[in-house]
Design a protein around this ligand. Structure first.
Ligand SMILES: [Zn+2]
Length: 88
């Protein structure tokens, strides 16, 4: 619209990124450094199909992150509270 041919036209930009691979579409997300998948494939906006120009990585699995958080939370909360008090 403003003369940029490759930018995402969604609002907000890049609502979700997908990488079409031989095994099917893989969901990725913006990252500070490119992951292994970024050297093999391009990522596209899932909505408008624009090529994503920056670094991206495979999106972490929600279920794995969930399990880790629930097993760490109780012990972690107690430990960090204790060290905060003694440290200050
Ligand atoms: Zn888009």
């Amino acid at each position: 619209m403003t003369g940029e041919p490759d930018g995402c036209t969604c609002d907000p930009q890049w609502p979700s990124l997908v990488v079409p691979t031989e095994a099917g579409s893989v969901t990725v997300e913006p990252a500070a450094t490119p992951g292994p998948i970024a050297s093999l494939f391009w990522a596209y906006c899932a909505d408008c199909g624009a090529i994503y120009p920056d670094a991206f990585r495979r999106a972490p699995r929600a279920d794995r992150r969930d399990a880790r958080a629930s097993s760490l939370s109780p012990a972690n909360a107690t430990a960090s509270q204790g060290s905060d008090i003694s440290g200050a």
